[in-house]
Design a protein around this ligand. Structure first.
Ligand SMILES: [Ca+2]
Length: 285
């Protein structure tokens, strides 16, 4: 009998061991599956964000600067290059962005209704920019450069501005997006003012919306500021002017030194999610 008990306990012990091993194997399998699936998920997430497509709806001009200043939106708003030269983009790829020398370089796109807030009441502009100095030589006003804009005397509409580190308004390296009345003067705008590093790429998006009376300014995918323009102290009532769009300068009163790339202009307001999508846009050669 004792031997039977022993046999029985041995069988039980063996079963337990087998079961335990089954449990171990199952646990190991689940762990692997879990790791594999979370890895696959994060890869998918990374892929989705890294290769986010450019939103196409309402895209009225697109400049990838892939060897030229051609408009890739299909609308024919091609740019003419003046002294700017092709340079490496933010991924290090040669001849995929334009370098502006800070003294006479710019790209000019002829005036068109699609570049005016007055036309559709809504306008979004997305752009990458790399300042190669924090103290601009060719500056205007209180010490800033206009590095993208549509405006000339009596024909002012909008502008992207960056202040030099030293300026008379304590706006060290502030970047901002302004709307103007055609006559010019003081504009209504939104801004961000934090440390900027020379030689680093930054993504900016300006959104102007007449329906909501808002200017919104995004930096590196995140909203930084929002202000009214019509119902503001500046009483901006945007009109359809005749000035061309210029990149690297607005109207030759100041010149940006650094690189600019991947400009996308829309005749509608981009959502915060779309701004993030553009920030993560990455195209492989
Ligand atoms: Ca590019």
């Amino acid at each position: 009998m004792p031997s039977m008990i022993d046999d029985h306990s041995v069988v039980l012990a063996q079963r337990k061991q087998r079961n335990a091993c089954h449990v171990c194997a199952m646990k190991r399998l689940w762990r692997r599956l879990g790791m594999a699936s979370s890895l696959a998920f994060s890869l998918m997430a990374t892929t989705a964000s890294s290769f986010a497509a450019v939103p196409k709806d309402g895209l009225v001009a697109r400049y990838d600067f892939s060897g030229s200043a051609r408009d890739l939106s299909g609308q024919g708003h091609h740019g003419t290059v003046h002294h700017a030269r092709l340079t490496r983009d933010r991924f290090g790829r040669p001849r995929q962005a334009y370098f502006f020398n800070g003294s006479d370089a710019y790209v000019e796109v002829p005036d068109h209704d699609v570049f005016s807030l007055a036309t559709t009441g809504q306008l979004s502009i997305s752009v990458w920019m790399r300042p190669d100095t924090l103290e601009f030589i060719s500056k205007e006003g209180t010490g800033y450069v206009h590095w993208l804009g549509k405006g000339e005397v009596g024909q002012h509409e909008w502008v992207f501005r960056m202040y030099s580190r030293n300026n008379t308004e304590r706006r060290g390296n502030r970047t901002s997006f302004y709307l103007f009345n055609l006559a010019g003067g003081e504009g209504a705008g939104s801004f961000v003012q934090e440390q900027v590093t020379s030689g680093r790429w930054y993504h900016y998006v300006g959104v102007a919306n007449r329906n909501t009376d808002t200017i919104t300014w995004y930096k590196n995918g995140k909203q930084q500021d929002q202000d009214p323009f019509m119902n503001s102290q500046y009483h901006i009532n945007p009109k359809n002017g005749t000035a061309p769009v210029r990149i690297g300068t607005r109207d030759f009163k100041s010149y940006f030194r650094g690189a600019i790339d991947d400009i996308r202009i829309y005749d509608r307001p981009l959502s915060a999610a779309e701004v993030m999508q553009l920030y993560h846009e990455m195209r492989r050669p």
